[in-house]
Design a protein around this ligand. Sequence first.
Ligand code: AMP
Length: 441
Amino acid sequence: MSRLIPHSEQRTANDQMIKSPRGTRDLLPPDTALWNFVETAVRDVFRAYNFHEIRTPIFESTELFARGVGEETDVVMKEMFTWEDRGRAESDRGQSLTLRPENTAGVVRAYIEHKLWDRGLNKLFYIGPQFRRERPQKGRYRQFYQIGAEVIGPAAAGSQSPARDAEILELLATLLDRVGITQWTLELNSVGSPADRAKFNDTLRQALAPAVEKMCADCQRRAITNPLRVFDCKVPEDQPIIETLPTITQFLNDDSRAHFEAVKQILNAVSIPYVENPRLVRGLDYYTHTAFEFTHGALGAQNAILGGGRYDGLSEALGGPPAPGIGFAIGEDRLVLSLTASAESVLRKPDAYIAPLGAGMNREAARLARELRRHDLVIDLGDESFRLKKSFETADKMRARYILIVGENEVAANAFSLKHLASGEQVTVPRAELAQQILRK
Ligand code: AMP
């Protein structure tokens, strides 16, 4: 048990300011208005496509990610915040837990645990924080936020259809348009079936053999355990070698090819532009067939706004029934960074600031604030400590549209001085008409 230190002593013993941990940040107003603008818009889009929200725990058992994301991935090997539970109960003690680095594994776990297929729940979305111990830079944080969705279900319910892949991609184009992001590029690839990938991995292993000694330590390991992951390498010196490697395209079997073609045909039909990128294999192991990323030029080095793909074997890998699925995760931090809208433009300013003149007016001011807020007006309420001049300054600073003066004369007349701050126009308005008057301009 730690010793209780008197407050005065604490300050001298430890007067260093405490900052948020590396790679985390406080989202402050007015920026939070942009975040809310984005979340409201995406919720509307999800509703239009009949997706329902799911909220899974922030931490899960480590094994979920080892199995669901892949032991060989950078995320699982290097980036997870993992700890051993010190719980008192025998069943808790020693259990390895991890802050979720992504949300798909958690959603699929919940899908299996609650047999969501029985309830016909197969289109789910989430919004929430994820955690990866990455080197922080602009657009890359250790706590970051993802907006994601998954379509998952028994093959009989059509979850395996290329129509699902295309619908997800069309949804994403709609969603980006809705938040005002126009300059995106959809990069598309097929990583084929597990059998296609096994053949491709063999070929890659052979292709890498003569060059692998010159590559980074990660690639040397990947070349043996999971050669496909070599395409995740960001080391500049390795890129010329990676560029000479074969791509997965020529290893796709007829079914994989047909699936990919069908997705592209629907995209053409709904006029969603894309570019094919045969080297796009995505950082997570569970993808099959369609893999995609949306990038945005204005973001610089961390230019991927979102990524996703099909993961037909994931449910089985997590001990569930066959349940093909496809999903995506948008990096909300990056989405907000690429918005052209400013926080100011989406911030709702107060409709009125109520200024009580003197302590006796607090009660009346509180009643008026309550009445006006019921009309869905944004009302800020002053108190008796402000004189008239200070009240005007405060109302100006918060950019309220109106200031409403509550003084003894006004209360007696049951009519209040309402001043429109931009025009300087002042009128006396009977109490019953205040809301209407404020709503007008
Ligand atoms: P992933 O789960 O790796 O497929 O990532 C999906 C999206 O999440 C990426 O396209 C990024 O926009 C975002 N993202 C991933 N890692 C981070 C991070 N460390 N910081 C901010 N955004 C991230």
